[in-house]
Design a protein around this ligand. Sequence first.
Ligand code: F6R
Length: 605
Amino acid sequence: MCGIIGYTGKGKAAQIMLDALELLEYRGYDSAGIALLNQGHTQILKSAGRVKDLRKLYAGQKPDGQCGIGHTRWATHGGVCDKNAHPHRFGRITLIHNGIIENYRELIEKYHLQGKLESETDTEVVAAVVERFYTGDPYSALRRTVLKLKGTFALAVLFDDQPDKIFAVRNVSPIVAAVTDGGAMLSSDVAAIVPYTQDYFVVPEFHVVSLSPEGIELFDLSGDREEIEWMKADWDVGKSGKEGYPFYMEKEIMEQPDAVRETILPRIRNGKPDFSQEGIPDEMFVDCKRICVIACGTAMHAGLVGKSLIQAMIGIHVDVVMASEFMYNDPVVDKETLVIAISQSGETIDTLEALKFARKCGSPSISIVNVKGASIARASEYVVYTNAGPEIAVASTKAYTTQLAVLYLLTARMAMARNLWDEKKLTGYMQELSRVPEVMEQVLKTKEEIHRLAGVILNAKDVFMIGRGLDYSILLEGSLKLKEVSYIHSEAYASGELKHGTIALITEDTPVIAVVTQDKLKSKELSNIREVQSRGARVLLLIKENEALEEGQEWSCVYRLPKMEDSFMVMPASVVLQLIAYYVSLDKGLDVDKPRNLAKVVTVE
Ligand code: F6R
């Protein structure tokens, strides 16, 4: 959470940072600020609100400077107000921070900072500790400071008497850095850097990095210089803009056919699933006795679909665990448990910690990650990147469907490695998977129709979503999407569970979205729908095209999904649910891309 940026070089630091903060705003958007260092003088501009408010502040003052740091905040310590916005300053030190300093109260005591701090943040305490240790050598001051800190942090620091230089250090919370034309940049993720360069590196934990217009230097905590391991971002710069769409969420929904194509095509060789570019040995798929998927939110919902696929097709037991609960349930994982960690950002702290724990227990691991070089990718034995490109909207869409695409591929490879399918079955499955992008395109062509369907729930207070099996798994995601972007309360229920309590909430005109895509469950699902209809519910039905419906059953609306083999129907159905959530939010006039209280990257527990 929180976006950090630093720039030093020939360019106009403030403009570059403000543009970058806009790209990083998805990481937190309750306050924003920048600091500019100019000939020994540091000027700070900051305020509660969005980057656009900071822009106005800047336009009023236009401070000069070619070196600076900037921040966009998701509050943890201290409420949302101007004084708690970053950067924070103490003595000669100006600092921004992403993470949580757990022992900040002890540090206040230890260094007698009571009454000397202006904000309620843990960050200002760090600035005070750096100031305390600073005797002209920034490396030494930062080394000594980080040894006193408990918690997670990505810190970017300006020292008044270190012209044109930015220093940074981190533990867990990410920082990437890059050399640009005539300067150098750091950021909490590559989204802010790709408009300038594709070459970047991930600053290793507990290393001090220094940026100057001449370049970047990296030192370990003993002060020894280290080689930088450069990486290449393959994100298309153009893909970071909205390209004419009113919101990133719509753009990213529309990009799904390409994103899925980019994710599956490089992993199909001679018509078969292939993970040789990732180096994943087949033994991993053969030797495991069970699978444990760890992930949060949308990524966890992708895991639920994976569970249904793998259990049905491979016949091994799969647990899907919310990473945030993993450590509190005495997890049982061992060397026979294949752990699959799923994360768009690759930085979700709960997922990262759970993965590290599983690895300590000897579990083999594969992560499914969108952001190259992210912490979860580096912490797992093997990584499969979803080639979704940058996902900027806080609500995840294309990352989810590309995660599903990888899970389909992994299932097929597992079946192959275990000799479970004959040639015909494998070919049929892979052909159906290859059809997913064009089927998604078919759905997207009907977006105006889906917009009209969304009107049915526009003014609803509560919405229920019902289905069984795979349909239930995708409704959990559809319901999360609706809640987070439209603020309508919604619940996804396994249709068979309704009678065990929740049906008490169904009354005259309660809106219910029902998904029926699995032949083997159709009759049961339709009778569960009758149960809610008899209690007055208005049902919006998603069902396969050409599927017969009984005479006499009344529907508020019926959307016909393009037909695929049943296990792939989640793909077109998910797109419809995403668009419904999107259009409800749009028509309510909400800030679709930045729902209240949320942030794109969750780096605090
Ligand atoms: C919802 C959403 C979140 C994320 C969750 C995990 O739209 O995006 O539920 O899926 O915070 O994030 P990652 O995938 O980055 O680990």
